[in-house]
Design a protein around this ligand. Structure first.
Ligand code: ZN
Length: 152
């Protein structure tokens, strides 16, 4: 990856960390907590479903920049999606950060938008858990699990 591109990606992550989108509790139909003991990231995801559409999704978090930026970008990516579309984005994102996408980065960028800036975490296994935390919490919110999810 080019150095200036890496810097740009870094900037997007820092911006989302400093000024997270869709932050704070909302009236919701589903919620779940996530915890990543490796890094100490904690977050809570609030999902408001309208039939099979994600009408709104918010989060609260205490953790590192990667976990917060990933949650912030996730809320932007999933809001307005149907459950089927949301699960598709979830799978593509997890594939991207765990390195199982071998396709062209441009193609992944079309599908994942801003989320592509998190692709670099795949080089850092401990950071993959930070980036994935919000997504797993979103999934567990939809399943209405009572137990907080943990990445361990
Ligand atoms: Zn973290």
């Amino acid at each position: 990856m080019m150095d200036d591109l890496r810097e740009l990606y870094q900037q997007v992550i820092l911006d989302h960390n400093r000024d997270p989108k869709n932050y704070g509790e909302i009236e919701c139909t589903h919620s779940a907590e996530g915890y990543n003991p490796l890094c100490g990231d904690k977050l809570k995801i609030y999902v408001k479903l309208d039939d099979d559409r994600v009408a709104d999704v918010h989060f609260e978090a205490a953790g590192c920049a990667i976990s917060k930026a990933s949650a912030s970008m996730m809320t932007e990516a999933l809001k307005g999606k149907t459950l089927e579309e949301a699960r598709d984005v979830f799978q593509k994102f997890i594939n991207m950060i765990t390195g199982s996408i071998t396709r062209d980065v441009d193609e992944a960028a079309d599908e994942l938008g801003n989320l592509i800036v998190l692709a670099g975490v795949r080089e850092f296994p401990s950071r993959v858990k930070c980036a994935a935390l919000a997504w797993h919490a979103f999934n567990s919110a939809l399943e209405n699990k009572d137990e907080p999810i943990t990445t361990e």
